[in-house]
Ligand binder design. Structure first.
Ligand code: AMP
Length: 196
């Protein structure tokens, strides 16, 4: 059993790799983006509050996402949790450490998906085009202007986590621009090493 964080900017492939880990290792994916999108469509007060923030490409408050994660941690994690899109701020990282400690758990690895901005932008354009071609709705925050704001939020608030986890000795960097299967193999190698 392993608890891991997938760290990287929007479009780096965190969701894709998390999906593979769920299928292959029976881990539980905790995507705060998915939880917030669900809340957005639920019509609750919280959903309404987060909708505007998300559509602007900004981060919702630490309090909201930490609350969402706390609920899920209580429910238990099968073969370990994959934190996907969380933590995104230093306060969230501290809170996650405290929540795991409280439930007698620990973090086994933080896997950074290293990518460059140009590749990300073309991936996001591709993701929107694919959705359109399949007749599916395009994520409102995948339009180029909002995506630029999401990237800014990443560099301002989330990128400092790289230093935070490097210092803690938990950081592993994989090449996020490699083909999906290669990235999956790199992640698998980290997990296998950490589980020994
Ligand atoms: P994602 O699907 O991970 O790209 O998240 C979509 C949007 O949800 C982000 O642009 C933020 O507005 C919000 N969001 C997701 N996770 C977090 C988080 N951990 N902290 C703050 N906002 C978040």
């Amino acid at each position: 059993m392993a608890n891991i964080i997938l760290l990287g900017p929007p479009g780096a492939g965190k969701g894709t790799q998390a999906g593979k880990l769920v299928a292959e290792r029976g881990m539980v994916q905790l995507s705060t983006g998915d939880m917030l999108r669900e809340a957005k469509t639920s019509g609750t007060e919280m959903g309404k509050r987060v909708a505007e923030v998300m559509d602007r490409g900004e981060l919702v408050t630490d309090e909201i996402v930490i609350g969402l994660i706390e609920e899920k941690l209580k429910a238990g994690g099968g073969n370990g949790f994959i934190f996907d899109g969380f933590p995104r701020t230093l306060a969230q990282a501290d809170a996650l450490g405290a929540l795991l400690a409280k439930t007698g758990q620990k973090l086994d690895a933080v896997i950074q998906l290293a990518v460059d901005d140009e590749a990300l932008i073309s991936r996001i354009v591709g993701r929107a085009d694919e959705a359109r071609a399949a007749g599916k709705p395009v994520r409102p925050d995948d339009n180029p202007e909002v995506f630029a704001d999401r990237l800014r939020a990443y560099y301002k608030s989330t990128a400092p986590l790289i230093g935070y986890y490097y210092h803690a000795g938990d950081l592993f960097v994989v090449d996020g621009l490699a083909p999906i299967e290669d990235v999956a193999r790199q992640i698998d190698a980290v997990l296998t090493q950490q589980l020994q």
